[in-house]
Design a protein around this ligand. Sequence first.
Ligand SMILES: N[C@@H](CCC(=O)N[C@@H](CSS)C(=O)NCC(=O)O)C(=O)O
Ligand code: FE2
Length: 250
Amino acid sequence: MALKTGTMLKNRILFRQLFDNASFTYTYLLGDVNSKECIIIDPVLEQVKRDFKLVNELGLKLKFAMNTHMHADHITGSGYLKQLSGCKSVISKMSGAQADIYLEDEDIFSFGNYNLKALATPGHTNGCLSYYFEDQQMVFTGDTLLIRGCGRTDFQEGSPEVLYKSVHSKIFTLPLDTIVYPAHDYKGVMSSSVAEELKFNPRLTKSLKEFVDIMNNLNLDYPKQIDKAVPANRVCGLHDIPDDIDIKIK
Ligand SMILES: N[C@@H](CCC(=O)N[C@@H](CSS)C(=O)NCC(=O)O)C(=O)O
Ligand SMILES: [Fe+2]
């Protein structure tokens, strides 16, 4: 039986930050307590059953499974969530990935009584979007802006110059107390703020020239799942996963 929620604080948003400890990915659940509509941002395939169980326990109805970009390090849970819930999948038009709904810069989308705005923030990939939730002073930055870091720019059409411009023009211009929720953190930090990143981000506080130099010398290994994740994510992740199949990527 679904939990009864929202009896005291009618306008409070239902918000959960969920974690996948294999890929260090944060998945976000946002729900409208009144209408019961909810969305999920950046679901991970291996965690779909956990996330969908939570949606049901909270008495919510999933409207959109959204991605901030075509991920390279994990397979999105969008396809499987579609299969389980009948929700629509959402990604940017520029991502080159299949989805039911495509967003572009400044597009507004809603769940329940709430609106979010898509901000085109390319640089990590061409199709990176950040999702700005002005009403709750939140921004979901995907891999564009990480906490004290940023997405790498050495594959998937990455460009340090483009990423620098995206962050400075689209994220750092948001109200200073906007809370930044990234797609990953590798050090256990869960959120930041625009003010904090403007002051302490060791990459993006530098000049463009210094930033480009840093990004061109990160020398990171490619994500372990890249060869499976990108082709799967191009078709909205995997669908129809039977119960007896171990969906963990070896
Ligand atoms: N070791 C991980 C991949 C780590 C990684 O490359 N992370 C990406 C975001 S996922 S596309 C990134 O942009 N990192 C930036 C950084 O500075 O770490 C794996 O094998 O999956
Ligand atoms: Fe990424």
